[in-house]
Design a protein around this ligand. Structure first.
Ligand code: NAD
Ligand code: ZN
Length: 361
């Protein structure tokens, strides 16, 4: 088992990564004083619940917990105020009190939703994350929890740190291949912004990662969470440094907005976005290798590196200008200067960005 501590101001919490952790959950909960007397709300989505919920409920009940299971439909649409309200109703009816804990068993959707329930219920109760996707390594660090408004993603939310994060690598074995690659995109991102050796390691071990070999997967999640924890601990409330976590996201979010629903997963869109950012980096003077390595490592992880040709450049440019990362009329771009190094630029010309988008096709 690997263990990583996320330090945030005066608080810190551990991320445990390993095999079979769900079997030992009662022991881990006891170590972290997760209250047994108060009911515990266990939130999951249908796809995850059908595989992992029953044994977990059983283990916790055997250990003396009163578990209240709550299963939501899979997908982004569950990150809504309506589902949030249903969960609050369930919590109220089950008698959750201020010593209760909300446990999120699932990917980033369940984590963000359940985390927001924990943040809001009685002005905040304890929260535990059990991420079951690779992508959720990103959402398990930083304390951002949220639901969506029909016209804006993640706009209703809070900062609420978990008590602990428990990554059981066994639960990741059932991930569909496309979700595996999409999750790896954020892992690669954490390497590209911070740690050249990690980027090289990902490239060398991509086959093991795609095959979900526990040793490689555990290390990748440990390193990915570690970079995010480092960046976030230096800038908890998003003043400056934290912006580097948006590498690939300026173009990526625009692609998500313009592409048909489900054509591009988030990780796939930011993969293309990171290739674009690398191209911009080279145009601004970085070594050509920044582009070639970025592209190679993403491809090795089974990710797209080219823009679907039918996506319209004008529409993409327009979507970028609507992004919240647009400050005072200027696009904020995270631009690689070397492998493992980036800078925050607000002075890029629209012409350079447009040319880059065109060349991605
Ligand atoms: P997700 O939770 O929707 O999971 C993706 C799909 O995989 C779902 O259909 C789910 O049912 C299925 N699934 C999950 N675990 C599985 C498993 N072990 N086996 C089989 N199927 C499984 O999506 P995600 O990609 O994990 O997360 C995306 C969400 O995370 C977005 O809403 C995004 O906004 C959020 N996010 C939040 C932060 C943050 O800082 N809070 C950071 C990044 C992303
Ligand atoms: Zn992202």
């Amino acid at each position: 088992m690997r263990e990583l501590n996320v330090e945030l101001g005066e608080r810190s919490y551990p991320i445990y990564i390993g095999e079979g952790l769900l079997t030992d959950i009662a022991e881990i909960f006891a170590r972290h004083q997760i209250a047994q007397k108060s009911p515990l709300l266990l939130v999951s989505d249908e796809q995850v619940a059908s595989r992992y919920m029953a044994p977990l409920v059983e283990t916790l009940r055997t250990a003396g917990y009163t578990v209240v299971p709550a299963v939501v439909p899979p997908g982004e649409s569950s990150k809504s105020l309506a589902v949030f309200e249903q969960l609050i109703t369930t919590a109220l009816e089950a008698g959750l009190d201020r010593h209760s804990t909300v446990v999120a068993l699932g990917g980033g959707v369940v984590g963000d939703l359940a985390g927001y329930v924990a943040a809001a219920y009685m002005r905040g109760i304890r929260f535990v994350q059990i991420p079951t996707t690779i992508l959720a390594h990103d959402s398990s660090v930083g304390g951002k929890v949220a639901v969506n408004h029909p016209s804006a993603k993640n706009i209703i939310g809070a900062f609420h740190q978990p008590e602990l994060v428990l990554y059981d690598l066994g639960t990741l074995q059932s991930l569909p291949p496309r979700e595996v690659s999409a999750g790896l995109a954020e892992v690669v991102k954490h390497g590209l912004i911070w740690d050249e050796a990690f980027v090289r390691w990902i490239e060398d071990n991509s086959a093991d990662l795609l095959a979900l070999r526990p040793e490689a997967l555990g290390y990748a999640l440990y390193k990915g969470c570690g970079v995010k924890a480092e960046v976030v601990s230096r800038d908890e409330r998003e003043h400056s440094l934290r912006a580097i976590l948006n590498l690939g996201h300026t173009i990526g979010h625009a692609l998500e907005a313009v592409a048909e629903y489900d054509e591009l997963l988030h990780g796939e869109a930011i993969s293309i976005g990171m290739v674009g950012a690398a191209r911009i980096g080279v145009a601004l003077g970085a070594d050509e290798e920044v582009y070639t390595v970025t592209k190679r490592v993403l491809q090795a992880c089974g990710l797209p590196v080219r823009l679907p040709a039918h996506l319209d450049t004008d529409a993409i440019m327009k979507a970028m200008q609507h992004d919240k990362k647009f400050k005072e009329g200027r696009m904020v771009f995270i631009v690689p200067t070397a492998i493992g190094r980036v800078e925050i630029r607000q002075d890029l010309s629209a012409a350079l960005v447009r040319e880059t988008v065109d060349r991605l096709k």
